[in-house]
Write a new protein. Structure first.
Length: 265
């Protein structure tokens, strides 16, 4: 039985399956939490991680990256005695090390989320690329493992990286094709992509669909833009391939005027 068939019938897995698994994540602390849980799952079950999730949050200060990066000997000894988590010294040391690595990434890239997005989009500078390069659409994991290890991360083998990247939306959706959650994930990806379009730039409906890993769904992107009610999402920056395209009037009466104001030709 697949996870998508099993999870809705299990109270422990229901929320994670329907609201978190495979959805894009932009919060660094949430990304850190997910990475820590995947590391600790190694050799164990995801159900155990979900049962211990509150314990992990308490033990690791709600996954505050700055706080965890400063953990010392006393913290390590405290964690090794904490029954609310997995008491494995190597995994604990990896978590503290990885918090320090993420702190450095935040200094150079603004956020861990931004660093992940740059690489999953293939926008990293040539000197940072690895072979094979991480690729969102292909589902290839080897390049990601090399990238993370080169950056200094610990305990990031192939299976851990696969589960982590799938869970936070940087590999193709792990849900069954017929799973209704797929629609929600696609919508979340589309809104995240559009929200990141800079002022003065545009993307076509097709380009957004491709970035969201479903290149045949340009019309679905248009429908999502039409229904969008969040003013933080600049839906006017999504245009048709051969024209300006529709507009829901969220930011003003005219899409054309808005784009001209942003100096889009």
């Amino acid at each position: 039985m697949s996870y998508c068939k099993f999870a809705p019938t299990n109270k422990i897995h229901q929320h994670y399956h329907a609201k978190e698994y495979g959805f894009p994540v932009s919060d660094d602390n949430v990304l850190f939490e997910r990475l820590v849980l995947e590391i600790n799952q190694a050799g164990l079950s995801w159900e155990l991680m979900l049962k211990k999730r509150k314990g992990f949050n308490k033990a690791f200060k709600d996954f505050d990256i700055d706080k965890v990066s400063r953990f010392g000997v006393r913290d390590i000894e405290r964690l090794l005695k904490d029954e609310g988590i997995i008491r494995n010294r190597l995994k604990i040391l990896a978590v503290i090390n990885n918090a320090k690595v993420i702190k450095e990434i935040q200094k150079t890239h603004g956020s861990f989320a931004n660093w992940l997005q740059i690489h999953s989009s293939g926008l990293a500078p040539t000197k940072e690329k690895v072979t094979p390069a991480p690729n969102f659409a292909s589902g290839e994991v080897g390049g990601w493992v090399k990238l993370f290890k080169k950056q200094g991360f610990k305990f990031v083998g192939g299976e851990i990286m696969k589960e982590f990247l799938q869970s936070v939306g940087h590999l193709p959706s792990p849900h069954d094709k017929e799973c209704p959650v797929q629609r929600d994930i696609f919508k979340a990806r589309v809104l995240g992509i559009v929200k990141a379009i800079p002022k003065g730039e545009t993307m076509t409906y097709g380009e957004v669909a491709k970035r969201a890993s479903n290149p045949q769904s340009a019309r679905a992107v248009g429908a999502i833009m039409k229904q969008n009610k969040d003013k933080k999402i600049p839906c006017h920056r999504v245009v048709a391939r051969n024209g300006i395209g529709g507009y829901n009037g969220l930011r003003g009466p005219s899409k054309e005027k808005l784009l001209k104001k942003e100096k889009v030709t």
